[in-house]
Write a protein of this length. Structure first.
Length: 145
């Protein structure tokens, strides 16, 4: 077997006399998405608004300021939920002594519970989409924590 040196490949410029420009590199992945390393950010934001489960992201993701904000806001929401439930329980106990007020309080309790659920769902959806949902008094309280 004889080895003959092969000629190096010759470069021919593209028609029109221009030079070759390589295509641009692909864009980097979006920052803050759930696909980055440690991609449990979305899960942590969802947990932040599920009552006592807000303690999980609050205690485990101390290096992520966005998750911390949502966890503190979720904790403030949970505290407000408990306060509202206690207030409605006291009002309901007093109202149960009045003839038809007990039925009215059960309707109020149901409507308030649906409102609380709606606030939590809105907060989760906005948090997953990279936005913040602020309730005036509750979020101000969370910012002070």
């Amino acid at each position: 077997m004889s080895e003959t040196p092969s000629a190096p490949p010759t470069y021919t410029p593209p028609p029109g006399g221009g030079s070759y420009t390589p295509p641009p590199p692909p864009p980097p992945p979006p920052a803050g998405g759930g696909t980055a390393p440690g991609g449990d950010r979305t899960l942590m934001i969802v947990l932040a608004y599920l009552g006592i489960l807000c303690l999980i992201p609050l205690l485990t993701k101390k290096d992520d300021p966005e998750v911390q904000w949502h966890a503190k806001n979720g904790l403030a929401f949970a505290i407000a939920d408990v306060v509202v439930c206690i207030a409605l329980g006291i009002i309901g106990a007093v109202a149960s002594r009045i003839v038809f007020a007990g039925c009215g309080m059960s309707i109020v309790w149901c409507l308030v519970s649906l409102g609380i659920l709606a606030v939590h769902v809105i907060a989760i959806v906005k948090g997953v989409n990279g936005q913040r949902f602020r309730l005036p008094v509750i979020s101000d309280f969370a910012d002070k924590m």
